[in-house]
Write a protein that binds this ligand. Sequence first.
Ligand SMILES: Nc1nc2c(ncn2[C@@H]2O[C@@H]3COP(=O)(O)O[C@H]4[C@@H](O)[C@H](n5cnc6c(=O)[nH]c(N)nc65)O[C@@H]4COP(=O)(O)O[C@H]3[C@H]2O)c(=O)[nH]1
Length: 595
Amino acid sequence: MIDTIRNSRSELITKQTELEEEKERFKLAIDGANDGLWDWNLKTNEVYHSPRFETMLGYQVGELPNSIECWSELLHPEDTEQAHRRVKEYLGTKGEGRYENTFRMRTKSGDWRWITGRGKALFDETGTAVRFVGFNTDITKLIMQQKELRHQRDTLQFQASHDALTDLANRTLFTYQLEQGIDKAVRDNSKLALLFIDLDHFKEINDSLGHRTGDEVLKTVTLRLKQTVRAKDAIARLGGDEFTILIEDLKQDQDASRLAEKIQHKLSNPIIVDNHELYITISIGISIYPDNGKTSKDLLKNADAAMYKAKSEGRNNFQYYSAEMTAQAFERVQMETRLRMAIENDEFVVFYQPQFNGVSNRLVGMEALVRWQDPSLGLIFPSQFIPIAESTGLIVEIDRLVMKKAVAQFSEWYRKGLQPGTLSLNLSMRQLQRKDLVEFLLASLEGADCSPEWLEMEITEGHVMENPEEAIKVLSKIDSIGIKLALDDFGTGYSSLSYLKRLPITKLKIDRSFIKDLPNDTEDKAISKAVIALAKSLDLEILAEGVETIDQIEFLVENGCEVFQGFFYSKPIPVSEMEAYLEKKTWIDAEPSFV
Ligand SMILES: Nc1nc2c(ncn2[C@@H]2O[C@@H]3COP(=O)(O)O[C@H]4[C@@H](O)[C@H](n5cnc6c(=O)[nH]c(N)nc65)O[C@@H]4COP(=O)(O)O[C@H]3[C@H]2O)c(=O)[nH]1
């Protein structure tokens, strides 16, 4: 018996010693691992934190409360949601796998430490977690090292693809961007332009004022180039004083020269370096994809060649690779300047073309058509200047001049009792995009004491279809002030029926191109009949433009179109002629012709 007790005692002592050793081993392991232990009793919601858990976050041992809320409150706001979710997910697994997650925790001094928590939970027989134990490891150093490595890698990559002085793309990156641009242009069937820019006499600045000044000049040029191009246009410094710009989605070849001019203008302001006032000029060569090359190599080579041509033409200018394009660009530049002068000098006059009801032979209104009365060249027709006025935005001013003059004229004719009918005015897309259009119209009407019912605005079908939703919005505003709306050049702009129904228009004008060969051309006959039927079904008035012969009128009247504008009745005529015509009122007593 005594032996048995002795044996049990010594067994107990051995077990106790083993337990002590185990505890010690465990403590050593925890201390050695430098991790913070946590033990969460999910039944009482109490949490045990090991001393390291607290010191890891800069707290004294025993300073942190023993609650799970304490952990939650120390989490970084950006990580709180995911940290909670991860714990919830793990506890919902009923014991499968291990818990592991990384988040940031706030230290006592307010810094943030990156922590990886790992642990395992104990689940009861119902699968409910009752205890959750694990370690927190501070991985801040590792994260910082990784960040530093990433930063170094990015820096190296940046340095390999960028110019060290200006931070612009270098030749390698630009060639890549150009190739990407060409691929996209092939896919979209679009064009792109490459501008090759070289500073004139840059070497002299470097030689006389030193490289540091030269560097400052290059940096200022870079800044100004960035301020001039769109954010999506790629700029590069190929080396020395050579820069390139890539313009994608080029709408017209001439847009490239417009940008070239803008750059020249931007760089014409002096650059001040160390009290030196430096005047820089540049020579620009332009190549266009696909016209002047289909590969990056050819486009660069040809833009470079064009730039040399610009140098040989006396510097401070731009040249396209193709001489024809350069000539067109200069013509455009000259035309733009002349148009601006013409606006200033009030050289635009309004002609009026009458519109008749071909059945009653009565005048129903007239269209105002602009003419440019150039002092030396005489009368210039819209086809020669409207496209440039549209692309430069000058059309807005021209249209407003025409509107003001025509509205005032109409008001006068009405006051004189001349019954001029409805005044049709052309409305360009640019005008439609102006936020102040309706205010302008209201002010013009009020200024001239003109009634909105006398007016009709024409907008071409093509323009409306460029952005139908926007057009519907603006046209509705015009409609709401009582001005009628007509869709011009109908048949050329591929209107969709659904839009046509939603546009607040009251009239369709069949385009001249479908009238020209009537009544002989079978296709034009079918089209004009279909357009008339369409207008009728939508309850719209219909006018045929460009009628020149009685046969055309007969055919159209037979098929339901009664209102006409065209040389058969009259060409557009100046104010004096129109006034004389109105005064005669010949149509008032005229016999109806097609009854
Ligand atoms: N061959 C032929 N032609 C005829 C006949 N009847 C009329 N025309 C011409 O057809 C054009 C009708 O004007 P549009 O379709 O609005 O086409 C106009 C219009 O889109 C635009 N335009 C004219 N004035 C203005 C304006 O003040 N502002 C805006 N934005 N555009 C204008 O320029 C275009 C051309 O104007 P115009 O040269 O005056 O040309 C006018 C007119 O002279 C005919 O029987 N035979």
